[in-house]
Design a protein around this ligand. Structure first.
Ligand code: AMP
Length: 429
């Protein structure tokens, strides 16, 4: 016997009725984004590997350990094979598209959102997959369009609070920090590097390496034994210059005015190199170890880092898989899809075609209808219908000739005779 094939480790199939919840979340997100004047962008699922190396950062876990990368076949012998990567996140792709399509030349702020799968070779567990979905958005543009304004940061955070509320997610928390400008970060990196010289030998192998290559990444370390050491390290807030401090203060004033609750967390530097100034994370206690619902921040130098014009921006990505888990855990949603309006039961195979015509009429009238099969006995039709529909419509030879159909309501047990012309209206009630 041949071995049965399964979905690859870390990937999974999404089936109905659960997909109804996925769709509801996506529809809510689209509706909220539209109210804030965001438009949808769809970028390719794979990109040139160097895009991620230059944006997310060579030293990050994502780029150094987790990417699905392969050498594409060279088209000609003289050509070098191109290194391609399944996108591990979508901001880099959006900014690449912004540069490629010269969106900065419009002079307008670009407000773009995306919904799609991302790929990271992480250790799978509840809430962490190798193919997962993100809903994200970016606000990016030339400085003349106001892209650096702290108001943009506050507006994005306020939008996220609104979106989570409208999704019915309660009990979320928002953590906020500023990692400063590129110059602040460079200064902080040196302060950290110096502080780590005596401490690093006591830390994990990854931290010992990061202490030399990219000290900021030490703050992302999740190893419990390293945490007391990390607590002793200098805080990034002390390395911010006046402009960065003013920017962060203005974000906070606007957030306070909008009544969005948050806590400050000086260790929140986020696992991607491109962040500058504001960084944030929304978490939810119901998720367990993988409790981050979404994360984001400002990336004022990203466009230039990948060869584009100056285009400051701010964005976020939320884990759709985790939104689904949160809503399922809170038991705020019906797991089952809503029952169909009606089930049509043809009495005999010779009535199958007529039943298809009746179903077509009702569906075109906007009703959700399940079509039975004339080979079923009436008892079997009733059993099948009772599981999925509110009512059963019986279509026999007599009904077809007279144009009067028999409808039984499962909840009340009442049987009604309904003229065909009035059937759609009757069922819609
Ligand atoms: P990041 O792009 O790492 O900032 O992640 C943003 C959000 O995506 C996180 O807060 C999670 O909700 C979600 N996420 C990241 N990695 C995974 C994963 N492997 N599986 C499921 N969700 C993820």
């Amino acid at each position: 016997m041949s071995q049965t094939l399964k979905a690859v480790r870390g990937t999974r199939d999404l089936l109905p009725p659960e997909t109804a919840l996925w769709n509801r979340i996506e529809a809510t997100a689209r509706a909220v984004f539209a109210r804030y004047n965001f438009g949808e962008i769809r970028t390719p699922i794979f990109e040139d590997t160097s895009l991620f190396a230059r944006s997310v950062g060579e030293e990050t876990d994502i780029v150094s350990k987790e990417m699905y990368t392969w050498e594409d076949r060279a088209r000609a012998q003289s050509e070098k094979a191109q290194s391609l990567t399944l996108r591990p996140e979508n901001t880099a792709g959006v900014v690449r598209a912004y540069i490629e399509h010269k969106l900065g030349e419009t002079g307008q702020l670009q407000k773009l959102y995306y919904i799609g799968p991302q790929f990271r070779r992480e250790r799978p567990q509840k809430g962490r997959y190798r193919q997962f979905w993100q809903i994200g958005a970016e606000v990016i543009g030339p400085p003349s369009a106001g892209s650096e304004s702290p108001l943009r940061d506050a507006e994005v955070l306020e939008m996220l609070a609104t979106l989570l509320d409208e999704l019915g997610i309660t009990g979320w928390t928002l953590e906020l920090n500023s990692v400063g400008s590129a110059a602040d970060r460079a200064r902080y990196n040196e302060v950290l590097r110096a502080a780590l010289i005596p401490l690093a030998p006591k830390m994990c192998a990854d931290c010992r390496r990061r202490a030399v290559t990219n000290p900021l990444r030490v703050l992302d370390c999740k190893i419990p034994e390293d945490q007391p050491v990390i607590e002793l390290l200098p805080k990034i807030g002390d390395s911010l210059d006046e402009d960065s401090k003013k920017h962060f203060a203005a974000v906070i004033v606007a957030l306070d005015a909008a009544g969005v609750p948050y806590t400050l967390n000086s260790r929140l530097v986020r696992g991607l190199d491109y962040y500058t100034r504001t960084t944030f994370e929304f978490a939810h206690g119901g998720l367990g170890a993988q409790n981050a619902l979404l994360g984001g921040g400002r990336y004022d130098g990203l466009s230039e880092a990948i060869g584009g014009p100056k285009a400051p921006g701010i964005g976020f990505a939320m884990g759709l898989d985790r939104l689904v888990l949160t809503l399922q855990g809170a038991d705020q949603v019906q797991k089952a899809a809503p029952p169909k309006v009606a089930y049509i039961a043809p009495l005999g195979e010779n009535l199958n075609a007529a039943a298809l015509v009746l179903a077509r009429e009702l569906r075109r009238a906007g009703l959700s209808v399940e079509l039975g099969d004339g080979s079923f006995r009436l008892k079997k039709s009733f059993e099948a219908a009772d599981k999925i529909a509110r009512r059963i419509v019986i279509l026999g030879e007599d009904e077809l000739q007279s144009g009067i159909l028999t409808v039984k309501d499962f909840a009340t047990g009442i049987q009604t005779k309904v003229p065909r012309a009035e059937l759609a209206a009757f069922l819609a009630r």
